[in-house]
Design a protein around this ligand. Sequence first.
Ligand code: PGA
Ligand code: ZN
Length: 434
Amino acid sequence: MAAIAGLQAVEILDSRGDPTLRVTAVLDDGSMGEASVPSGASTGIHEAHELRDGEDQRYRGKGVRQAVVRVEGEILKALKKRKADAQERIDETLRRLDGTEHKERLGANAILGVSLAVARAVAASARLPLYAYLRRLAGKEQEPTYVLPLPLMNVVNGGKHADSGLDIQEFMVLPVGAPSFPEAVRAGSEIFHALGDLVHAAGQSRSVGDEGGYAPRLERNDEVFALLERAVAATGRTVGRDVVFGLDAAASEFHDAKERAYILKAPSVTLTADRLVALYAEWIGKWPVKTIEDPLEQDDWDGWTKATEKLRGLGVQVVGDDFFVTNVERLQRGIDRKCASAILIKVNQIGTLSETLAAIELAQKHRYGVIISHRSGETADTFIADLAVATNAGQIKTGSLSRSERVEKYNRLLAIERELGENARYAGASALSV
Ligand code: PGA
Ligand code: ZN
């Protein structure tokens, strides 16, 4: 097998116009692989550390020149001549070289860029599509059917991702009744445009938030459901059968630690965890909400156990994002305490491909749902599309049906679906861990 010959990094821009890294790995057989690193806005406090330069003037402190230096200096020195297909050993070396719990020293962005770029270079060297190589790494080569994920499409943006004034960060449509992945994408696109017509007719702007969903200014969070219902109906589809809804509350963002309460603006109310869960239950009673991510803040383990029991009892998937941060230790603790029924997987929350695959494996072993996810700050890189198919994750969250950095992931999945032909099966509703 080829060995690592070179690593280059470039400071590029993400979809918000902030700096991030693009890493190129070169192998001694001439194969190359490139990967760009995403970046969150509503980041969890337990996430791996993103190394930023912190200078006052340059890019408002967000430059990543130090991370570039780490990749081309220290990291290259440690990995040069190493067998490129030994992904676990490479990732272990990166972790050891860093030496900190949250990858503060080298930066999880520097580490992740290298980890993913090396995997791409090996796939190129082996002349395999990325998903096929990742499937091998995930130990799933023997599974005959490739699962194309149910997309959780974020068509209305709130929280930190838009100026809509909505507390709930993401309102999603899930085309559970579509007969195939391409038909699911079509449903999403048609609903997105129907929703745009409704937003426009209400005298609101059709401009979009960070993840490509509309950001109408509404007085109440629950007004969105009526809009979604009308948009779905306008496409000739049936709400509850063809399309269901999902939320990412990202509740840590509106949780006040001092008050020990959740402070909402639309409308203005202060709620305990129990009252917040009761509000979700009220919405679930009126609309087909089938998945809720981060319903409570990231450290309320007891609250999560209670909320999970209650929401699952109502037929809803409970997803841990900031709560699990793609971390096997937090996930195991959640499994032990019966917290959540699914995990959101973000490669940069943990910082290496191997640790990402380990989190997916642990979740699947315990029948937790797995949702491969983008970040609010993205690039054109489509790695997560291949990762979703490779691991039979069953669900993907990659934003709305606009903004190229979101749409590119759907486009990559459409191409994979075509390539796999008969070997591909659309997950549909079966993927939800309710
Ligand atoms: P982030 O948001 O990328 O800004 O963290 C995405 C999410 O919360 O799912
Ligand atoms: Zn989230």
